[in-house]
Design a protein around this ligand. Structure first.
Ligand code: NAD
Ligand code: DAU
Length: 353
């Protein structure tokens, strides 16, 4: 399958994870034609892909996954035979402010893509529809235990409910229409090109500019962090080798309490910026908790390891250090994507007057 030619549609390729996935596929599969479809919302940025934008096997198309006529035509015009679907509204806090935007893009958009594939793929042989999903569909863990592929869905935010709905639609197309689907549910990613509304890049930016570091509640919530390039490698493996109709959990075996993570970032940055030890940690500010804040996520990724041989490659401290370095060297990127509408969101979210 890897050596065959393909017309591969990657949605959301101008976003954080999508840009790493597009880069990996463009570089590793010259025999594929990679079409990156992205609406370029506030989270999408073509600067993320400058290094590969002129590659002969790459094409960018601006468009909205909820636009049914456009998506149907796109499948025909480009003879799409594989889909890696990442386009989504991805930020939990925004889903609390505007849930319907998440229903529209994540539920309706996924439905439109599935239906376009069903209409166009008269013969399902050799086709593949891969939905990149989240561990948040499983809900919240207590102090112990892990999410496995058998954990029942229990989404609790509008974001996770919309991703759970889209997973269910993908599974329904498998059972009803024999659509060759595969799904992965991944934990929190970190790395370069991460939009600074999310915890790690937001904290890096605020530490650098000596702004308050807004920790929700008591900072006791736990997330399982994975280097984004390791997620992209997992997506490559699952797309090519995953069993049709199955799901795979992807995670870093790397749980951190938010407060401990923010302290670690402060330490790394104090050293890099030549500040006194403990200086940046003084910026930590406890703010109102996120509504319905899930306590703990932790992924058991042993199925992916045992069946498909994937495992994370990078230690967290090393990955965080590289991430901090990337943000320090790419302040123009940060300024560009955080100017304009993002400031309104930030001021509203963090009560800045
Ligand atoms: P992101 O917000 O950085 O990027 C999303 C991309 O989708 C953007 O480029 C945006 O322009 C595009 N997009 C949004 N609405 C669109 C529409 N209607 N039509 C076409 N394009 C549209 O998100 P991310 O963090 O890179 O996440 C990518 C995917 O991975 C999402 O499906 C998300 O649920 C999933 N995921 C993310 C994480 C994480 O930690 N970030 C973890 C697990 C799963
Ligand atoms: O688990 C996978 C999910 O991880 C993905 O599906 C989502 O797309 C992605 O955004 C991420 O969701 P989280 O809500 O876990 O990520 P976020 O970076 O928004 O928050 C991480 C933790 O940090 C969470 O417990 C909330 C907390 N937090 C976040 C922000 C933005 C703060 O304490 N302060 C903040 O300012």
């Amino acid at each position: 399958m890897i050596n065959m030619e393909r017309n591969l549609l990657i949605t959301g390729g101008a976003g954080f994870i999508g840009s790493h996935v597009v880069r990996l596929f463009v570089n590793n599969y010259p025999q594929y034609r990679i079409i990156n479809l992205d609406a370029l919302t506030y989270a999408g940025n073509l600067e993320n892909l400058r290094d590969i934008e002129n590659a002969p096997n790459y094409q960018f198309i601006k468009g909205d996954i909820t636009d049914e006529g456009f998506i149907n035509q796109l499948f025909k015009d480009h003879s799409i035979d594989g889909v890696i679907h990442l386009a989504a509204e991805s930020h939990v806090d925004r889903s609390i402010m505007d849930p319907l935007a998440f229903v529209r893009t994540n539920v309706l958009g996924t439905g439109v893509l599935l239906n376009a594939a069903r209409n166009y793929w008269k013969d399902m042989e050799g086709k593949r529809f891969y939905h990149v999903s989240t561990d948040e569909v499983f809900g919240s863990l207590g102090e112990t235990g892990f999410f496995t592929e058998e954990t029942p869905y229990d989404p609790r935010s509008p974001y996770s409910a919309s991703k759970a709905s889209s997973d269910h639609l993908v599974k329904a197309y498998f059972h009803t229409y024999n659509m060759p689907v595969v799904i992965s549910n991944c934990s929190n990613n970190y790395g370069s090109h991460h939009f600074p509304e999310k915890l790690i890049p937001l904290m890096i930016n605020n530490i650098l500019h000596k702004k308050p570091l807004p920790v929700y509640g008591k900072g006791e919530n736990v997330r399982d962090w994975l280097w984004v390039e390791d997620h992209a490698r997992a997506i490559d493996v699952i797309f090519h080798k995953g069993v049709i109709g199955e799901t795979y959990n992807v995670g870093g075996f790397n749980e951190w309490k938010n407060l401990d993570l923010v302290h670690l970032l402060c330490k790394i940055m104090d050293e890099k910026l030549g500040r006194q030890p403990g200086e940046s940690a003084k910026l930590i500010t406890y703010v109102k908790d996120r509504a319905g804040h899930d306590l703990r996520y932790a992924i058991d990724a042993s199925k992916l390891n045992k069946k498909l041989g994937w495992k994370p490659s990078l230690q967290f401290e090393e990955g965080l250090e590289k991430t901090v370095q990337w943000y320090l060297e790419n302040q123009d990127w940060v300024q560009h994507i955080t100017s304009g509408a993002y400031q309104e969101y930030y001021n509203h979210q963090y009560n800045v007057r």
